[in-house]
Design a protein around this ligand. Structure first.
Ligand code: EPU
Length: 417
């Protein structure tokens, strides 16, 4: 199993390019299932989750080709086997995103129930409730969701809670339904908007994406299209936090501050100078960071996917930060690992109280999930001496070439195989 060895204490300096967004790429790849013509995606990040999604789609009969420029073309003309097997779904929960498109296009889907994961239970009841409201017959048997519909019918669907992939699944399904679907209490995440833009390019009729009411007028078929995947706002935020924590100065290109205002606001509150330009963000931290308090919530509030990285920043900041996690019930596993590096963190329920310490000391730590791993890397970049982050396959799911990008910014980091 690969590990990352980090020699901490070097302020990050220089320029890095942000990759395409994982959480936009995965639903966009599933959108290819909706058409009989190819969908070409640009700015595709090289990530383990993207490879897993290619495998999942390929075993359904979707042809995938990658051109020299890095564009990925997915052709679902030969869609034959509308099944997402347990072996793949258990390694990537986002596999649930094939459910809506498959029922809409093939009239049937068998998708393994994702089950819980390290950060929480993560049920998919809202996805199923929405599809049922559109007329799908749904049965859960032998660990699989079996959904069938001759043709889905438009419906008014009120989601009990804000769910990102739930909104995406139902929006995709509704593009081919008979009649109009209204999704209320929809997720407003930029990745939902990116997906809607691509679906519209494929011939879908969608209004309201980016607000909490999305209206989809069903059409008989979608056609091929070309779409460029939006920048990864969480990769952007992670690199900015790493620069802030190390007292560095970086410029990130291929990204946009408009997607992460809540995060930039917290970085400014921590004392960073943040400058936004079209297509780039610069950050300089010329003082010891001030601890910030934050509460995660659906977009446009502070993202749960940045919570762990800010805990690492607070760990070495001046003062005390109170962090409240409202999205996932078990997303503080990095706290105990950060404590192994000398952080002073007390957790109780969904709240963590982080008292900043003057310095952290390198140690071996274990990554438990994707963003927890990122927080351990941030802490390792700051800590005195060597930090070894174990189980970095989690990181490889969501950060493209992280050690190369950080090395280019001056970090002393290497992968140990
Ligand atoms: N929930 C339900 N029922 C449902 C759906 C969700 O109770 O039917 C609950 C979940 O258990 C959770 C909350 O609602 O407590 C929000 O979950 P959501 O459905 O929004 O999460 P998701 O769609 O499964 C996406 C991202 C996550 C990100 C969350 C929250 C993708 C592929 N994944 O997950 O990304 O944390 O939204 O913003 O888009 C990551 O990249 O590290 C990651 C975990």
């Amino acid at each position: 199993m690969d590990r990352l060895a980090i020699e901490g204490g070097v302020p990050l300096r220089g320029e890095a390019r942000v990759s395409g967004a994982k959480n936009a790429a995965l639903p966009l790849m599933c959108a290819a299932l909706l058409a009989r013509e190819p969908l070409t995606l640009g700015n595709v990040p090289h990530l383990r989750d993207v490879t897993t999604m290619v495998r999942l789609l390929a075993q359904m009969g979707v042809a995938a080709t990658l051109d020299e420029g890095g564009a990925l073309t997915l052709d679902a003309a030969g869609l034959a086997n509308p099944v997402a097997p347990y072996e793949l779904v258990r390694t990537m929960r986002a596999s649930i995103l094939v459910l809506g498109p498959l029922v809409a296009r093939a009239g049937e889907a068998r998708v393994s129930l994702p089950g819980g994961c390290a950060i929480g239970l993560r049920p998919v009841d809202q996805h199923l409730k929405g599809l049922a409201a559109m007329g799908a017959e749904i049965a859960v048997e032998h660990g699989y969701i079996h959904a069938r519909a001759h043709r889905l019918a438009g419906a008014r669907i009120f989601m009990d809670l804000v769910t990102v992939t739930g909104t995406e699944n139902l929006m995709m399904a509704a593009t081919l339904a008979e009649g109009t679907t209204v999704l209320e209490n929809a997720a407003r995440e930029p990745e939902v908007v990116d997906l809607a833009n691509c679906l519209v390019a494929m011939g879908a009729r969608i209004t309201g994406a980016g607000t909490d009411v999305i209206t989809i007028e069903g059409v008989a078929r979608l056609h091929g299209a070309t779409h460029r995947i939006m920048p990864d706002r969480i990769e952007t935020g992670t690199f900015l936090v790493a620069a802030a924590a190390t007292g560095g100065e970086v410029r990130l290109t291929g990204t946009d501050g408009a997607y992460l205002e809540a995060v930039l606001e917290k970085l400014r509150e921590a004392g960073a100078e943040v400058r936004e330009e079209p297509g780039a963000i610069s950050l300089a931290m010329r003082r010891r960071p001030r601890a910030v308090s934050l509460r995660t919530a659906p977009y446009p509030a502070f993202p749960t996917d940045m919570q762990a990285q800010f805990m690492a920043l607070d760990a070495i900041a001046a003062g005390t930060g109170v962090i409240t996690e409202t999205i996932f019930e078990n997303r503080f596993m990095h706290a105990i690992e950060l404590a192994r590096l000398g952080a002073d963190i007390e957790t109780s329920g969904n709240t963590a109280i982080v008292k900043g310490v003057a310095s952290l000391d390198g140690a071996t730590v274990m990554a438990t999930d994707l963003r927890a791993s990122a927080s351990l890397v941030v802490a390792g970049l700051v800590a005195r001496g060597e930090t070894v982050v174990d189980r970095i396959y989690h990181l490889d799911r969501g950060y493209e070439a992280i050690e190369e990008k950080l090395s280019a910014l001056g970090a002393r980091i290497r992968r140990v195989r």
